[in-house]
Design a protein around this ligand. Structure first.
Ligand code: SF4
Length: 568
């Protein structure tokens, strides 16, 4: 599909400078032109690294929170770093690099990396951890340094490609950006003139902070589609119900107890920065509870491992909540201040109609007291909680989850002992894998609310409570359109677009798509019914133009009309 020459050209453009074996052009624009000429003449070569007569200096020693020690190049030497080439050993061949801070995009953790860029050839020799990155602090999983393979991957998409054979036949020709953009834009314009739901931008990895959303809105169409309904939509729903925000940010390092659903120590969301801090907490005596059906590496590190039967997670969490409530071990002051308990009492006669007799009695008594005394009583709210959650016993949780009852109790004790330092996290796993899974994150965050561990040191905040995202000076005008292929009328409360059903809607004849962008997204591979996607992507009546924006080849891009190189 591509050659090293093109990879090198791309990197040269990326870095805005390039280099022959003999000279460094002063003008980066001229350098890019020269690179193109050399590429045309087949003169490009494999990445190479120059020897230097400089001597290496000592690495800086960094002691991590969990007691481990690493060594890094001191930042004041990053501009001109010299070290011996490991591959030349036992010969001592010194190499000179500029260390360029960058970010790993192999998962959403976005850990810091340092690219070792050869001072002479401008080739990237390797990528290692950036000790100054606040999240990863110099440490990465194996995928971080492996970014080097992606840079030089022979399958990397380096320039716009246009389909020339039948769709899926695998015949392509290289076209210029101008030609590709002109053709795509013309088809978008034609669609836009006819309707406001003909263009679809389907996102796998966004790779930006809402800039694409803004652009799609500027097109004036209902065009944004996301993968989230096969990913984190359920977890987001549960968190949003509590906080209006959808992404948790637990302060593991200072937690007294950490409660994880699934395996965030070695996989899961944000796992490397999370794992470091979970281990710090454990080093300080913090306890770790893990709900995971598998004896994962995370479960193996747990103080309390609950190998819960899939789908039973919420009842275990509610049994822990009930324990806090029945034993009076919840944070009354926090709940009184932050929970709408008065409104709950006001509505209690209605929502307890199907509840236990005890709950109905409390609701009636609370209402009578309000009439008598003119104010709601928090003591009545406490009684109502006790009545409502009485059914969630340890025995019930143990039976449904198929775990020993004493282990559920042990977990509940550890949560109660956490005070306001309870760090919790769930993202996909149980929330996404089960019907009604949004109640898992809702029940999980209930424990934070009951212990007052909301936004506290060692507790769980929402990520946007402490994050600055600059707002654009102007916003595109809102559009007046609704795309039934995204959010069909049968699911009025869908948290995100029902994107996994798109090929089925197309099959049913509910509509078609004039211009379909897949953005670092491989629907044929990622959705459970890949053959439905294959059928839809093949059908030029249903998807009239498919533009795949991707850094490398994938199954869906094979069925595109244009393949455009795109950063991850
Ligand atoms: S956890 Fe690993 S893959 Fe994810 S950003 Fe960090 S280094 Fe990259």
């Amino acid at each position: 599909m591509s050659t090293y020459a093109d990879t090198r050209s791309f990197l040269s453009r990326l870095l805005l400078f390039t280099k022959t074996d003999t000279e460094v052009p002063a003008d980066p624009v001229a350098a890019v032109k020269q690179a193109a000429e050399r590429r045309a003449q087949g003169q490009m070569r494999m990445p190479s690294y120059h020897a230097s007569d400089k001597r290496p200096v000592k690495l800086e020693v960094v002691e991590h929170g969990d007691g481990r020690i690493s060594q890094y190049p001191p930042p004041d030497r990053w501009d001109d770093w010299v070290e011996y080439d490991s591959k030349s050993w036992p010969k001592r061949v010194a190499r000179r690099y500029t260390l360029v801070p960058t970010i790993c995009f192999n998962c959403e953790s976005a850990c810091g990396l340092l690219a070792y860029v050869d001072k002479e050839t401008y080739d990237v020799r390797k990528l290692e951890g950036n000790p100054k990155h606040p999240g990863s602090r110099g440490r990465n999983c194996a995928k971080g340094p492996a970014t080097h393979n992606q840079l030089y991957d022979p399958e990397r998409i380096l320039y716009p490609l246009k389909r020339v054979g039948a769709r899926g036949e695998g015949k392509w020709k290289r076209v210029s950006w101008a030609e590709a953009l002109r053709d795509i834009a013309a088809k978008m314009r034609a669609s836009r003139e006819r309707r406001l739901d003909g263009i679809m931008y389907h996102v796998g990895r966004p790779g930006e902070d809402h800039f694409a959303n803004r652009t799609v809105q500027a097109w004036g169409v209902d065009g944004h589609n996301s993968h989230t309904n096969i990913c984190s939509a359920n977890a987001r729903m549960g968190y949003t119900a509590w906080t209006g925000s959808d992404r948790p940010s637990p302060d593991y390092a200072k937690a007294r107890t950490t409660l994880l659903i699934s395996a965030h120590l070695e996989s899961g969301h944000y796992f490397n920065p999370h794992a470091q801090r979970i281990m710090e907490s454990k080093q300080r005596g913090g306890r770790l509870i893990v709900l995971d059906p598998r004896l994962s590496n995370t479960a193996a590190r747990a103080d309390v491992w609950l190998p819960t039967w899939p789908g039973s997670e919420a009842v275990v969490l509610l049994a822990i909540a009930s324990y806090l409530i029945q034993e009076g071990r919840y944070d009354h002051d926090f709940v009184r201040r932050w929970v709408n308990w008065e409104k709950t009492l006001e509505m209690a006669p209605q929502f307890t109609a199907q509840a236990s007799e005890a709950a109905r009695e409390v609701a009636a008594e609370a209402t009578a007291r309000k009439r008598r005394e003119g104010a709601w009583s928090f003591a009545d709210f406490d009684r109502l909680l006790k009545a409502l959650y009485a059914e969630f016993t340890f025995a019930r949780a143990a039976e449904e989850a198929q775990v020993p009852v004493e282990r559920v109790r042990e977990a509940a004790e550890a949560v109660a002992d956490a005070g306001s330092r309870l760090a919790t996290h769930t993202w996909r796993s149980a929330t996404m894998g089960n019907r009604g899974g949004w109640q898992v994150s809702r029940a999980l965050y209930f424990l934070n609310v009951l212990t007052g561990s909301v936004g506290t040191e060692g507790g769980t905040a929402m990520n946007n409570w402490n994050k600055f995202v600059p707002k654009a000076i102007t916003e595109p005008r809102p559009f007046n359109a609704w795309n039934e292929l995204h959010l069909p009328h049968e699911w009025p409360f869908a948290m995100y677009e029902m994107s996994f059903l798109l090929p089925h809607f197309l099959e049913e004849g509910r509509g078609d798509v004039d211009v379909y962008f897949t953005r670092v997204y491989n629907p044929m591979w990622i959705n459970p019914d890949g053959f439905m996607w294959l059928k839809a992507l093949r059908d030029e009546q249903k998807i009239k133009l498919h533009v795949a924006l991707t850094p490398t080849w994938n199954e869906s891009a094979w069925f595109a009309d244009y393949v455009l190189p795109m950063g991850h």
